[in-house]
Design a protein around this ligand. Sequence first.
Ligand SMILES: Cc1cc2nc3c(=O)[nH]c(=O)nc-3n(C[C@H](O)[C@H](O)[C@H](O)COP(=O)(O)O)c2cc1C
Length: 208
Amino acid sequence: MAKIVGLSGSPRPEGNTDILVKEALKAAAALGLETEFVTLAGKDIQPCRACYGCREEGAQGKCAIDDDLPAIFERLKGADGIIIGSPVYFLSVTAQLKALFDRGLVLRYGKGRVKSRPGVRGGPEFLLTGKVGGAIAVAGSNGQQLTSLDILKWMIFQNMLVVGNGVDVGTNVSARGKGEVLKDKTALFHARSTGVRVAETVKALQRQ
Ligand SMILES: Cc1cc2nc3c(=O)[nH]c(=O)nc-3n(C[C@H](O)[C@H](O)[C@H](O)COP(=O)(O)O)c2cc1C
């Protein structure tokens, strides 16, 4: 069965991002897909140290840093679709999610370095190639689109296929207090739309 992983980049458990990502996953599950929620809250995620160990021949997709991130990357590698949500922090993603993004360099060298190949750069050694991605961003007031675009840019750089939710580049909504987004029916609808869009695209690709 195809699988969608929803990743929340919020350090605040059960906050607005978690709620929206789970709502998107619920919609994907209703379409018959397996889903899994993954949070960065409380996880030890260190920033990239630029050792370039992941680019060395034989590294085979292994990062030199021993923390909670490799296990999270395993979840992403096992998914057919990935929905990433972040609270807006200074018009961008959280530090935890940015650390994951930078450490994602390792996902581009999972099968060693391919020195020459005709065609587009990034093939089977890019471990997220061809997975379907969607973005969710929630802010007190501003920066949702910029944040969704940060998420989608990372996905594009990983050779993923990105989708919106029918009305925007991602689910971009406003809420500040913990859990406040539960009162916003339109926000929850847009989150479900992201879940549906990712799930339907995964299913369409599997029919190919
Ligand atoms: C460090 C920090 C920076 C923030 N920066 C912004 C911002 O740039 N724009 C904004 O509208 N809200 C900003 N917020 C508010 C959060 O985006 C908002 O409370 C969001 O709902 C939090 O999501 P969560 O409940 O999933 O943690 C910031 C909050 C924090 C803690």
